[in-house]
Design a protein. Structure first.
Length: 73
């Protein structure tokens, strides 16, 4: 019988605060970059951008899929 391999993928979603400036994609990218740096040593596998339409207009968000990097030394 073959060995079963399982993967664990971590993720978080982030958006700008709702209201004025919620559609500011460059600000969202800076916020997400800061959050990734705060995680420490991680490998980002994927990022998916979503957009919700609200009474205040577009409200983009990003979901980041990542894994923690461990040293195998």
């Amino acid at each position: 019988m073959s060995e079963r391999i399982t993967w664990t993928m971590h993720h978080f979603s982030q958006a700008n605060p709702k209201g004025p400036g919620q559609a500011d994609v460059p600000a969202l990218l800076r916020r997400v970059a800061d959050s990734i740096e705060d995680l420490g040593n991680v490998e980002v596998h994927d990022m998916i951008m979503h957009n919700e339409i609200t009474e205040d207009g577009d409200w983009p968000s990003l979901t980041v899929y990542f894994d923690y990097v461990t040293d195998h030394a």
